[in-house]
Design a binder for this molecule. Structure first.
Ligand code: GTP
Ligand code: MG
Length: 197
């Protein structure tokens, strides 16, 4: 799967001002620091396309990138970062949901989950909301390189078991490491299949 070109296009606070919705779009969301920007860079094999920081709350706007001049990747702000002021968090959430509910070319939202961490109420609630609102999404576990294969398996099995208590059918799940390039073919293959439809 080839990414020939990946270019930054725009940063927006307002979903209405995003680039024209005339190309398929894939967005990345999840808690602050989960690795959204890192995953975008890994997929595009670029070190500095999306800005990365060890300080949570780095990405604060809706960032559009254009891939192969034919589809969009979108880096969204993280949710759930306690140190961001409440008013600002509310504004992020409003911006994000306006984006999710109005972006007609959004083919799939990738919801990133740090595979090291016990399932969190905030993530489960967010996933439920997506289900309720009919936003197409899949789950992407990040930072797999930080665990041994045994613990990785155990955590994913546990996450599924927790979700099964509320979900009849589990969403598709992928495992990635931005550090090691793990999951790149799976994520890009998934996107490629939708683009070909
Ligand atoms: P915000 O924009 O602040 O919401 O964060 P983000 O979700 O975009 O996270 P970002 O990509 O900036 O990464 C946060 C930190 O996690 C950085 O220090 C990254 O180097 C690190 N990180 C991200 N992905 C991985 C990974 O797969 N493996 C390892 N080991 N570290 C990672
Ligand atoms: Mg970011």
């Amino acid at each position: 799967i080839m990414i020939k070109t990946a270019r930054f296009l725009t940063s927006n606070q307002d979903a209405k001002k995003c680039p024209p919705p005339n190309k398929p779009e894939y967005a990345f969301i999840g808690r602050s620091n989960v690795g959204k920007s890192s995953l975008i860079n890994m997929l595009c094999q670029s070190k500095k396309l999306a800005k990365i920081s060890s300080t949570p709350g780095k990405t604060q706007l809706i960032n559009h990138f254009i891939i192969n001049d034919s589809w969009y990747m979108v880096d969204l702000p993280g949710y759930g970062y306690a140190k961001v002021a409440k008013t600002k968090r509310a504004a992020f959430s409003k911006m994000t949901f306006e984006y999710l509910n109005t972006r007609e070319n959004l083919m799939c939202l990738f919801v990133l989950i740090d595979v090291r961490i016990e399932p969190q109420a905030l993530d489960l609630l967010f996933l439920n909301t997506l289900g309720d609102e009919g936003v197409p999404f899949v789950m992407v576990f990040t930072k797999a390189d930080k665990l041994t294969p045994t613990v990785l398996d155990r955590n994913i099995t546990h996450y599924k078991a927790v979700m099964q208590q509320e979900w009849d059918e589990l969403p598709q799940m992928m495992v990635t490491s931005a550090e090691k390039g793990l999951g790149r073919d799976e994520v890009l293959g998934f996107i490629d299949n939708i683009n070909k439809e």
